[in-house]
Every structure is written in structure tokens, then in C-alpha cells.
Write a protein that binds this ligand. Structure first.
Ligand code: GTP
Ligand code: MG
Length: 662
């Protein structure tokens, strides 16, 4: 039996959770269809999700289509929870991108599709809500081809659009227009197919056409489009058939070396850690000693595997499957299990959070408990970065937006019994070097108090290349552990540049190295005063790096969002001055009916204010969507962030350390 790990992705409210419910019902896993609006669905199981009617955490459920086990991962659509989607992407064999037939392509739809395409994840498109008034198929198809990808093929037609009796009918071999569109699309991507077809049109059967469509969908070159309604169930059977026909099930060798990825961490009823792992190869059994991340190991004490509904206790989980593992106390999200996969997993697919706020316990006595609680939340969510300002004993969390802030507040209150408030939300900027700079400290020379020679040069690198560490010294000139200490300390130090922001897009080159070998007195006792240790390199590296960085000079960049504004045309006169006040820069505009559409850039720091002001400026009819777009050099006064030089420990590591001790 093969497995398909399938993600359901969409802009908020497009109907992912409702569709998941329908799929489970159609597959016979549940007898009654739950409703998001009543808080009774399978995947929105957290109390907060049920109260708010939105998905906050990715959830896995499973069903069978004939001989294929489908592990379906329902993801949140709200941009504040994009981190949940991020982790899921690395474990998917395929995806269904849901688009509302009423709202059409939305800001987050574009962000998601761009990422699915970049990762070559085979993707079907499901146009949902055909039963709702205002539903439009042609308009949605046009916006998909214009704004997402032209490589699409509608797989059927809709009748009764915009009514409860809307129906979807799949096209077949006899639909000449469909087959000729299909041939055109497939020929675009496969010359051999085109040649065969041009040679003899009749030699290519309808079955071969569908086979070629499956092959090209499997390579993420083209995207079949289905239509339906998660509420009435229209089109859902066809979508299920499409999932089976067009998305490639997982392949993997259950007897091969163990390789998997942890994409979700949960705490069980008694606080025990549960790791969700997608297995790519091999088999993990109860009592196996597992290696994850560099030198961490742990013993698996229990396994459960997703199969026909929820996860059941099993003795093992094998290649292709998603399982839950107990017993791995130190495991974190993103950890590879066994052999690391060859695909680069370290890079983020979406932009990091752009906002930050200080969390303040309402009762000062809760401070210790708050640190522990936040560290636990950060462990479940690697994009919640925590920063501890030791001078003021304050803790900051990074954020995607205000809704995430409310969720953190509610989670701290409900799960940990801690009442908190937040200080004002501020923007997270980044720093990049302007030019090149170099510095060196030699062992035993000048005021260098450490038994180490370290020379470093900092050079600017192209946008989005991150930080690269290079060697201009002989690899063998320094023991490996010392080299590692320098490289790790470089990464840690760059978390705070000259102005206190993370330094990105630069190359750090080690230009000088030197150490004193391990020396002993005649008694054979190791003499630390004469022998270099990794600690000497850890202490010296930040000093050299900061001085190289100062010589290079840095610029501060602030995050900018792309906004799409849709307001009644007669209100635009009062919206425009507000945009100017918020430093928004309009780029393009258009009229659609009585609506005025405007697109442009706005500093991330001002997005919330725009969202708050819009209803009163537009009689409650204006709609704005924002998504992170790029960083831009700060104009005017350069913002700084308080440094915490005295403790170069990574904040999160530090807090996790606190947790382990507790
Ligand atoms: N009329 C109609 N309403 C739908 C349909 N699908 C979903 N809805 C409604 O749309 C709203 C959002 O549905 P959800 O299933 O929560 O959407 P979602 O994409 O999971 O939302 P998030 O997880 O919060 O991003 C709910 O009120 C649903 O009842 C549909 O096909 N037709
Ligand atoms: Mg949902």
C-alpha cells in the first residue's frame, strides 16, 4: 500500500478545513460532517481554533483512496501562522491549493503558489464555494493564469453557479475543446509528446493524454483545476479521483537507512514531548536509539502511525508514512532523523517575522514561569524567536502580526495560567555590510588576552544569500573543533550587528589562524595557561568580527509589505491622505465596477494601523490584504536595538537550557 502526504493550502477562509471534513466523510472516516462555524471539525481541534473559527496549527488526518493511504495536512491560511505552513512543506508529496470562487486569487494564494512552485511540489487547484452568491469561474481562471501560473487546465464545468444546487461535471474524451486545450498545454512542456502528436494526431489516445497530464503534474509543470463546494459536497468525488490520478504517492525503501524529518512538536496530556515525523526511508521501531541533529540521541519509547483517520499505536513507522514518536526529549522541529536528507532544509521558504513585542507578566511573580512557558511555545514554533534582555530581565517575542499576539496571550492564559500584557509592537529590521572590512588579533601579541589567532574579513553578498563562512587559511592549520568554534561564534555574533539587528547577506572569511598546541609539564598535567582551547576561539571571534564589521560599516533595512486595497471609489479621497500619513507608496491602480483597486508598498510597522483605520474611512466596505514583500533601506533616523553583548548565547538555546533544568 502506498502513501500520499498531501497538504491543503490556501488564503485564510478559503475553505481548507471544511474541505478536509468533506474528504474525510467521502472516504468513510467520519459519519457526520463537522462544521467550522459550530467548532466541530476534526482538524480545528484546539479550543482557540473552535472559538475563533480559524485554523492556527497544522493538523494531520488520514484516509484511504483505494490502495493509497492519504495523510492530509490541513494548514492555517492566516499569514500570522505561515510558520506552520513552512514546516509542512518539507514533508509533502503533493498539495491542493484552495481558491474561493467568490474572492478569487488573494495575497496569500500568491505567496503559497510561488513557494509550491519553487519547491516543485505537485499541486492541484480546487476552486471552492461554487455554491455561494458572487461565485465566478471564468474570472477565477483568468486571475489564476494571470497572477499564479498559465500552466493550468480546467478539468470540468460548473452548472447552477452561485446557488446551493451548483454542480461540477468532469470533462471526458468526447469534449473536443477540453482535449485540444490539454494537448496544447502538454505540448508546451514536452517536445517528444508534441512531435508524436504532430506526426499522427490519432495515434495519441485519450488515456495517453491523461497519463501525460499525470506525469507533468507529478513534475509540478502543470496544474489541473477542479471546482466544487466543501459545504454542499459538489465536485468533491472528482477531486478525490484527481488526487489519486494526478498526485504521485511516496516512494521509499522501508529497508533502507533511516531518514525522516520532524515537522511538528506537540506536548501530550502529562507534558511529554511528541514529535511528528515524515519518514523518507527506513523504519523506526519502538526502543530504537535514534540520532537527530549533530550529537543528540534518544530512545523511542512509543510509535503511532496515521492510518484511516487518526494515529494508532504501532511497533514501527516506515518510509513514506507519517508517525508520532515519543521519548525524544531534546528533539526540535526541523530536526532530521537518521541520515540528513540531501535537499537543503536549513533555508526558510517564507519571510521571517517582521514584528516584535515585549511580553510582560501581569503579576511579577510569574516571571520565571513565563520564561519556561515561552520557551516551550518556541520549541513548538521555531519561528517564535525569543530575545532575553538580561539587563532589564525582559523577554521579547518575534511576531507575524496582531492575531498571533492574541493567540500567544490566550495560550499562555489557558495552557499555563499566566496572564500577560504586551508592550507596543516594534519592527524587526536587518543589517547588511556596506563595504568590506577586516580585523585580526594574533596570539601572544598586543592586548589579545586569549590563546588564539583569529583574522576575519567581512564582504557584502547578494540579497537573500544569507551568511557564508569561508576559509582563506589551510583547512589543516587549525584543529577541527577550534574551526567549528569560530564558525559557530560567527553565526552567533552576527545575530546583532552594529545597530543591534541581525546581519544578513555577507561573506565572512577567516584570513588568519593560529593556536598553541596542547602542552604538558614534565608531570604530564595539562597546562591550560599554555594551551589553546575552543573557549579561546569562542571568546576572541566576536571581538575580531565586530571590529571588522565596524570597518565595513552597515546599513539598516526595514521590512515592507505589499498591500492590495479594494475600496468603494467614492471613499478613495479620504483613504489616500491616510496612506500618505502611513508612508505607503501606491504603485498601480485600477477601477473595477464601483471599486477602486490600489496596490503598493507600506512599511510593516504601519500595516496594523491601516487595517484599523480602513473600516471607518470606507463605511466598513474596504478590504486590504498585505503580505511581506522586501526589505528597504531605512530613510531618516536609523533605529537601533539594545545589544546584549555580555551574553553571546543564543537566546532560545539559553531558554531551552533553562527549561531542561526546571
Ligand atoms: N458557502 C460556502 N461556504 C464555505 C465553503 N467552504 C467553506 N465555507 C465557509 O467559509 C468559512 C471558512 O471556512 P474554513 O473551512 O474554516 O476555511 P479555512 O480555509 O480552513 O480557514 P483558515 O484555516 O482559518 O485559513 C466558514 O464559515 C465555512 O463555513 C463552501 O464551499 N461554500
Ligand atoms: Mg482551516
Amino acid at each position: 500500500m502506498s502513501t500520499l502526504n498531501l497538504g491543503i493550502l490556501a488564503h485564510v477562509d478559503a475553505g481548507k478545513t471544511s474541505l478536509t471534513e468533506r474528504l474525510l466523510h467521502a472516504a468513510g472516516v467520519i459519519d457526520e460532517i463537522g462544521s467550522v462555524d459550530d467548532g466541530s471539525t476534526q482538524t480545528d481541534s484546539m479550543a482557540l481554533e473552535r472559538q475563533r473559527g480559524i485554523t492556527i496549527k497544522a493538523a494531520v488526518v488520514s484516509f484511504a483512496i483505494d490502495d493509497v493511504t492519504v495523510n492530509l495536512i490541513d494548514t492555517p491560511g492566516h499569514p500570522d501562522f505561515i510558520a506552520e505552513v513552512e514546516r509542512v512543506l518539507s514533508v509533502l508529496d503533493g498539495a491542493v491549493l484552495v481558491i474561493s470562487a467568490v474572492e478569487g486569487v488573494q495575497a496569500q494564494t500568491r505567496v503559497l503558489m510561488r513557494t509550491l512552485q519553487r519547491l516543485h511540489i505537485p499541486t492541484l487547484i480546487f476552486v471552492n464555494k461554487i455554491d455561494r452568491g458572487g461565485a465566478h469561474c471564468e474570472r477565477v481562471l483568468q486571475s489564476v493564469s494571470g497572477r499564479l501560473t498559465p500552466a493550468i487546465i480546467p478539468m470540468g464545468s460548473v452548472s447552477g453557479l452561485g446557488t446551493r444546487s451548483a454542480l461540477y461535471t468532469p470533462y471526458g474524451a468526447g469534449d473536443r475543446e477540453f482535449t485540444s486545450r490539454l494537448v496544447d498545454l502538454l505540448a508546451d512542456h514536452d517536445d517528444a509528446f508534441l512531435a508524436a502528436y504532430v506526426d499522427d494526431e490519432t495515434a495519441v489516445s485519450y488515456r495517453q493524454l491523461r497519463g501525460e497530464l499525470a506525469a507533468q503534474t507529478g513534475q509540478a509543470l502543470v496544474h489541473p483545476v477542479f471546482f466544487g463546494s466543501a459545504i454542499t459536497g459538489a465536485g468533491v468525488e472528482s477531486l478525490i479521483a484527481g488526487i489519486k490520478e494526478f498526485l504521485p504517492a511516496a516512494e521509499g525503501d522501508a529497508d533502507g537507512p533511516v531518514a525522516g524529518t520532524v515537522f511538528k512538536i506537540e506536548r501530550g496530556p502529562v507534558g511529554e514531548k511528541i514529535a511528528y515525523v515524515r519518514m523518507f526511508s527506513g523504519t523506526v521501531r519502538v526502543r530504537d536509539q535514534l540520532r537527530f541533529r549533530r550529537d543528540e540521541e534518544g530512545k523511542v519509547t512509543a510509535v503511532s502511525v496515521f492510518d484511516r483517520g487518526s494515529a494508532d499505536r504501532r511497533a514501527s513507522v516506515s518510509a513514506g508514512r507519517i508517525g508520532k514518536l515519543w521519548g525524544l526529549g531534546d528533539i526540535q522541529i526541523g530536526d532530521p532523523i537518521g541520515m540528513p536528507r540531501t535537499t537543503p532544509s536549513g533555508r526558510h521558504h517564507f519571510a521571517p517575522p517582521t514584528l516584535e513585542t515585549v511580553v510582560v507578566p501581569r503579576y511579577p511573580a510569574d516571571k520565571g514561569a513565563l520564561h519556561v512557558a515561552l520557551a516551550q511555545l518556541a520549541e513548538q514554533d521555531p519561528l517564535i524567536n525569543l530575545r532575553l534582555d538580561e539587563m532589564r530581565q525582559e523577554i521579547s517575542v518575534s511576531l507575524y502580526g496582531e492575531v498571533q499576539k492574541e493567540v500567544i496571550q490566550a495560550t499562555l492564559a489557558n495552557d499555563f495560567g499566566i496572564d500577560v500584557t504586551f508592550r507596543e509592537t516594534t519592527t524587526i529590521c536587518i543589517e547588511g555590510p556596506v563595504g568590506s572590512g577586516a580585523a585580526v588579533e594574533m596570539i601572544g601579541k598586543g592586548s589579545n588576552p586569549f590563546l588564539a589567532t583569529v583574522g576575519l574579513r567581512v564582504d557584502p553578498a547578494p540579497i537573500d544569500t544569507g551568511v557564508e563562512f569561508r576559509l582563506e587559511v589551510e583547512l589543516g592549520s587549525l584543529p577541527f573543533s577550534f574551526l567549528k568554534a569560530v564558525e559557530e561564534t560567527v553565526t552567533e555574533t552576527l545575530r546583532q550587528g552594529i545597530y543591534g539587528w541581525q546581519v544578513i547577506d555577507c561573506t565572512v572569511t577567516m584570513t588568519h589562524s593560529g593556536y598553541w598546541a596542547r602542552q604538558s609539564h614534565s608531570s604530564g598535567v595539562f597546562d591550560k595557561s599554555m594551551s589553546s582551547t575552543a573557549g579561546d576561539f569562542r571568546n576572541l571571534t566576536p571581538l575580531v568580527l565586530i571590529s571588522a564589521l565596524k570597518q565595513a560599516g552597515t546599513t539598516v533595512f526595514e521590512p515592507m509589505h505589499r498591500f492590495h486595497l479594494d475600496v468603494p471609489a467614492d471613499t478613495f479621497g479620504s483613504v489616500l491622505p491616510e496612506l500618505v500619513r502611513l508612508h505607503a507608496v501606491p504603485q498601480t491602480s485600477a477601477m473595477r465596477g464601483s471599486s477602486y483597486l490600489l496596490e503598493g508598498d507600506i512599511p510593516a510597522a504601519r500595516v496594523h494601523e491601516l487595517e484599523r483605520q480602513l473600516p471607518s474611512l470606507t463605511r466598513g466596505e474596504g478590504v486590504v490584504e498585505c503580505a511581506f514583500d522586501h526589505h528597504e533601506q531605512v530613510r531618516g533616523a536609523v533605529p537601533t536595538r539594545p545589544r546584549s553583548d555580555h551574553n553571546p548565547l543564543d537566546r532560545k538555546e539559553y531558554l531551552l537550557h533553562v527549561v531542561r533544568r526546571v
